[in-house]
Design a protein around this ligand. Structure first.
Ligand code: IVH
Length: 673
């Protein structure tokens, strides 16, 4: 190639790659495959390696990190990077609005609502359209020059087209996506490193690497939330400026909204509080900004806080409280599960009194003692958990916890199977286990007996009307009429509900039996493979192991269940009562946990191929479609999720990482959106 051909080709490759980079990382609408991108990238690298003098700082090859540096240079901010005053409830926000109205001498002024991202503030400087400096906030006046690290963030443009001003500084928040954080921490743990405590800390750790090649391996991302300065300055409002920055290729947030009234702000806050869990980045509130720049200037700044903006914070999802006691309850398989009894405390807007402690190991590893001050966290709908003990608050009166040696329900000895972290009550006639088993047997995903809730189940067991789950099919009018507050009408209704549950599909009967490790999905597999109870009873362990989706743990559990005489007697009683114990043909997947829910799967999955993953969803009754629409219930996002991610975000659709999805289906609880 001639010199001019080389430089033309370089220019064209860089332009193309920068464009595809923007399509992929900023607006999530890729037009070419990863392979096509890689081919172009390789060509650029090859030409550059033959022509080192032609490498430019805006070349996409310059995102991969450079030689380590000794220290970060200082970076002073021409205009200070401000912080924000806070409001913690509607009243405090309305006070801010009223104060601002007073200062502006007008009741109404346009505002912009934005999410408050919980990451690290940075300022990005462009000269003649080329990215020249990336700086952290530091003390607001002087930060650190982290240009080499910032350059590795793919959603930051390295060059801007000629609609840009000569000089430009934009400000934004760098963050570590939550789904990537989970994967990243899993990998750290697997290689024996300590995990980072949260995405914000790992974003900070990544941005402050002296070796930018390490930063380049971290999937950092950014939302641009404002203009530092522009020369020339042509926009007169924040919303216009943000739109313009978006059009220049910066990543702005799809939830930014311009509003007129404080009531609209409160609605925005409430609406977004509901969806933050489903976003792939942490947010700790909403930022409200006066839209017009002239009004912003008029309002000015007090100390480091502008009067023209306020952060209305979301309730924290972590709180500190006292561990008053450790209780234990008994599960349906006899597991003794410890739980924390907490001094009631508000976490993320909900009062929390208990938290799960899983097993004795969990308590030992955290060295939890009764009387300790503990940090509690509530994430999503998940049961609250104890994150850690505040050891510095110990006074010496805290008491170590010991697992009881006897079952709190039946008083029999508790055993710990060799090599397991479990404590078990192995008394087959332990009444609380029977309550739990019956509760499970009649539950929605199992025999679905309407009107048989936990209270009633307990009464039936306590009154001695039930010795095993099959006994519900032998209850009669007179048994139930004897019970408190049971009128003939309710008795008839209940007996009818019990009777109609006899014709539930066979896979639901298998689920109802409560075989350890056998939920709806495995019950379906067993139904497909064996078709009726007799074939299942005589199944062999080695035969079960090879069924796709059933591993040694499940196989041994199923095998052991059907070798137990009491269990076989229960099955005989079910048969005699008229419960259907064979597959009636047709589709198996009726009321499954994902029944009727619409899924879109995007990105690469770590454990399964995409098609296997989609099969899994379908197997659980879910519907898989190729594109995101307002009808989509969940987006499951693997690595490099592409445009569907942004589509789902902008429609407020719940986004699950691969891990979250697997946790969800393993919980075996019916999912609703
Ligand atoms: S505006 C007055 N907008 O919050 C201008 N900041 O507490 C201040 N932040 O240092 C920045 N999301 O790191 C603004 N949508 C948003 C933001 C945001 C997060 C952070 C930013 C800033 C801190 C101030």
């Amino acid at each position: 190639m001639s010199d001019s051909n080389i430089s033309d080709r370089l220019k064209s490759l860089r332009q193309k790659l920068n464009r595809h980079n923007h399509l992929y990382y900023v607006i999530h609408r890729p037009e070419i495959s990863d392979q096509e991108y890689d081919v172009m990238f390789q060509e650029l690298k090859d030409i550059e390696s033959q022509n080192l003098e032609l490498i430019t700082i805006d070349s996409p090859t310059q995102r991969v990190g450079a030689e380590p540096i000794k220290d970060f240079k200082e970076a002073s901010h021409p205009y200070p990077m401000l912080s924000l005053g806070n409001a913690f409830d509607d009243g405090e926000f309305l006070d801010w609005h009223q104060r601002t109205s007073g200062l502006l001498e007008q009741d109404e002024f346009r505002m912009v609502c934005e999410l408050k991202y919980d990451g690290l503030a940075v300022a990005l400087t462009y000269e003649e359209g080329v990215f020249v400096r990336g700086a952290t906030r530091g003390n607001g006046v002087v930060g650190e020059d982290v240009t080499l690290n910032i350059r590795t963030i793919k959603s930051i443009p390295l060059v801007l087209d000629n609609r840009r001003p000569d000089k430009l500084e934009v400000r934004g928040e760098v963050f570590f996506p939550k789904s990537a954080f989970t994967r990243f921490n899993d990998a750290r743990i697997a290689s024996g490193l300590d995990p980072y405590s949260n995405p914000r800390n790992s974003a900070a750790g990544s941005l402050k690497q002296l070796d930018s090649r390490i930063t380049a391996q971290r999937p950092l991302d950014i939302f641009i939330y404002g203009l530092g300065y522009a020369e020339p300055m042509v926009h007169s409002t924040h919303s216009e400026a943000m739109e313009y920055l978006g059009s220049l290729g910066f990543k702005t947030n799809p939830y930014n909204l311009t509003v007129e009234t404080p009531q609209q702000v409160i609605k925005y806050y409430k609406d977004h509080l509901k969806i933050i869990e489903s976003l792939d980045y942490d947010c700790d509130g909403v930022v409200i900004k006066v839209d017009r720049f002239d009004l912003q200037n008029h309002l000015g700044t007090v100390g480091r806080e502008p009067r023209w903006a306020v952060a209305y914070k979301f309730p924290p999802n972590q709180s500190i409280t006292r561990l008053l006691d450790i209780g234990v309850n008994v599960g349906r398989t006899g597991t003794i599960n410890p739980y924390a009894v907490l001094d009631p405390v508000e976490v993320g807007g909900v009062i929390v009194k208990n938290a799960t402690l899983h097993n004795e190991d969990y308590i030992r590893k955290r060295d939890l003692r009764i009387g300790d001050w503990v940090l509690i966290e509530r994430a999503g709908e998940v049961i609250p958990k104890v994150v850690k003990v505040l050891e510095e608050r110990r006074t010496g009166i805290e008491v170590e916890f010991h697992m009881p040696t006897r079952c709190p329900s039946c008083g029999q000895d508790i055993v710990t199977p060799y090599g397991e972290a479990l404590s078990l009550c192995i008394n087959a006639s332990c009444s609380i286990q029977l309550v739990r088993r019956l509760e499970h047997f009649v539950s929605k995903n199992s025999m679905d007996v309407e009107g048989l809730g936990i209270k009633f189940v307990t009464v039936l067991v306590e009154k001695g009307l039930i010795d095993d789950v099959s006994d519900i099919y032998y209850l009669c009018d007179s048994d139930l009429l004897e019970l408190d507050r049971m009128a003939q009408k309710s008795v008839t209704n209940l007996l009818e509900a019990i009777d109609s549950s006899k014709s539930r599909p066979f896979y639901r009967v298998i689920t109802a039996l409560g075989i350890p490790h056998v939920g709806v999905e495995v019950s379906e597999l067993l139904t497909r493979k064996y078709g009726d109870i007799d074939a299942l009873i005589s199944s062999k362990e080695e035969e079960l192991i090879v069924v796709p989706g059933i591993g040694p743990k499940i196989a041994s559990s199923v095998h052991a269940y059907f070798r137990n005489e009491t269990n076989l007697q229960i099955i005989e009683k079910l048969r005699k009562a008229g419960v259907i114990l064979q597959d009636q043909g047709g589709h198996v997947n009726r009321e499954l946990i994902l029944s009727g829910l619409k899924f879109v799967v995007t990105g690469r999955m770590a454990d399964l191929s995409r098609s296997k993953f989609e099969e899994k969803i379908k197997g659980l009754g879910g519907i898989v479609s190729g594109s995101v629409s307002s009808k989509t219930d969940f987006l499951v996002a693997g690595e490099s999720p592409g445009s569907k991610f942004a589509d789902a975000e902008s429609l407020g659709i719940r986004i699950l990482s691969e891990l979250e999805f697997l946790e969800l289906i393993e919980s075996n609880l019916p999912v609703n959106n």
